[in-house]
Ligand binder design. Structure first.
Ligand SMILES: NC(=O)c1ccc[n+]([C@@H]2O[C@H](COP(=O)([O-])OP(=O)(O)OC[C@H]3O[C@@H](n4cnc5c(N)ncnc54)[C@H](O)[C@@H]3O)[C@@H](O)[C@H]2O)c1
Ligand SMILES: [Zn+2]
Length: 356
């Protein structure tokens, strides 16, 4: 299956490795190939793909350490350094083999190196398959602020092989599943109904819904590549989610991105009820499905002023308001809804009460 994105194609299905080989032979026959991995994808994913492609088996490999704490300028410099050491020129193709950390950092490093070398993404986490590898956002964290420095830059192609998920830790699978739920909630009520039947650890089931999830992400970013309007719908659950994720960084109960977004989607659905956008029945339906897969116990103990002040740093705010993308039903949304501090506190209290 192929999905057309902004000037590139997303390949998905059983034949992706053959399509990858053909894509390289056709478009980059004289290019040298460099593969960017983290320590986990070096060990678990690189051997799989090397067996399918001579071009990849013979490629140079650059490794960065895994973990969001390593999404830093120091490691971007390490990639530039390694590219220089390898003798990279514009006849080099960079392949990002990993989760969203690898594609965000590799995309940024490639686009800035010698004013730009081509790159392709081979996502290996569920979150990267349905979200991070598509849409052209690249970058790294700076001064502890997530994705503070970056640029829009599209890959030349994306190749999605769900078999990589076999080695992905369960918590990471659930984290990616949260983004699939988000795509359904903002754009596709049928997908929402289907996802009710899915257990994220049943890989055959989940693989069935990856293409539709990518299509939704792709349609938003194609309509609005630079995040001026519609693309902001993808931020549903993320105003709360990012703040909650940032708040717990370094704590014993640190949350994965999707775990925080799951809580954020319930908080923001609560606000959607308060604004009269959705009924309490819809909120209960959303809450019930999210509670099957995710926990609210992180909210047992938090400082609400600290969370609000983290929300105030969100890139999508304007005129001193905290703006959110809220759903208006399952499958529809409204962007740029101004939300006040009292509404935020009530939503946090509501979700805290769910932490049984
Ligand atoms: N560019 C975008 O539009 C966009 C969208 C969403 C998230 N992101 C970014 O993506 C990152 C989160 O992505 P992520 O959840 O993929 O994180 P990640 O890349 O840190 O991967 C999560 C963990 O899974 C491991 N892993 C990946 N694939 C594996 C596999 N097949 N088997 C075993 N282990 C594997 C990684 O080594 C890591 O430890 C964040 O930095 C976030 O800011 C970007
Ligand atoms: Zn997200």
């Amino acid at each position: 299956m192929e999905i057309s994105a902004q000037g590139y194609t997303i390949y998905h299905g059983n034949a992706v490795f053959a399509q990858l080989q053909a894509f390289i032979e056709e478009n980059y026959p004289a290019h040298s190939i460099v593969i960017l991995v983290d320590d986990n994808t070096f060990e678990l994913c690189l051997p799989i793909i090397s067996g399918y492609s001579d071009a990849i088996a013979n490629a140079e490999v650059i490794e960065i350490p895994s973990g969001e704490a390593n999404k830093t300028l120091v490691n971007i410099a390490h990639i530039w350094d390694s590219l220089t050491g390898i003798g990279t020129d514009r006849n080099t193709l960079l392949i990002n083999l990993g989760g969203g950390l690898v594609s965000d950092m590799g995309g940024f490093a490639a686009t800035t190196f010698k004013r730009g070398i081509p790159f392709i993404n081979i996502p290996t986490s569920l979150l990267a398959m349905v979200d991070a590898s598509v849409g052209g956002k690249t970058g790294f964290d700076f001064n502890s602020i997530k994705n503070q420095v970056g640029l829009f830059s599209n890959p030349k192609a994306v190749f999605i092989e769900p078999d990589f998920l076999k080695s992905l830790p369960e918590r990471e699978l659930f984290s990616g599943f949260a983004e699939m739920l988000k795509h359904a909630l903002i754009a596709d009520a049928d997908l929402w109904e289907q996802l009710k039947t899915v257990t994220p650890t049943h890989l055959n089931d989940i693989a069935t819904y990856i293409p539709r999830s990518i299509e939704i992400k792709n349609s938003f970013v194609t309509t609005d590549p630079h995040d001026k309007a519609e693309r902001r719908a993808l931020n549903f659950g993320h105003t709360f989610g990012h703040a909650i994720e940032s708040y717990f960084i370094g704590a014993d109960n640190e949350l994965l991105h999707g775990e925080a977004i799951a809580i954020g989607m319930v908080c923001e659905s609560f606000i959607a009820v308060e604004k009269g956008f959705i009924s309490p029945v819809v909120l209960k339906e959303i809450e019930a499905l999210i509670a099957i897969h995710f926990s609210f116990t992180a909210l047992d103990n938090y400082d609400e002023e600290a969370i609000i002040s983290l929300m105030e740093q969100d890139k999508k705010n304007s005129d001193g308001n905290i703006n959110m993308a809220l759903i208006t039903n399952i499958g529809s949304y409204q962007i740029d809804v101004a939300v006040n501090h009292d509404e935020i506190k009530r939503a946090l209290h509501y979700c805290k009460a769910l932490s049984y």
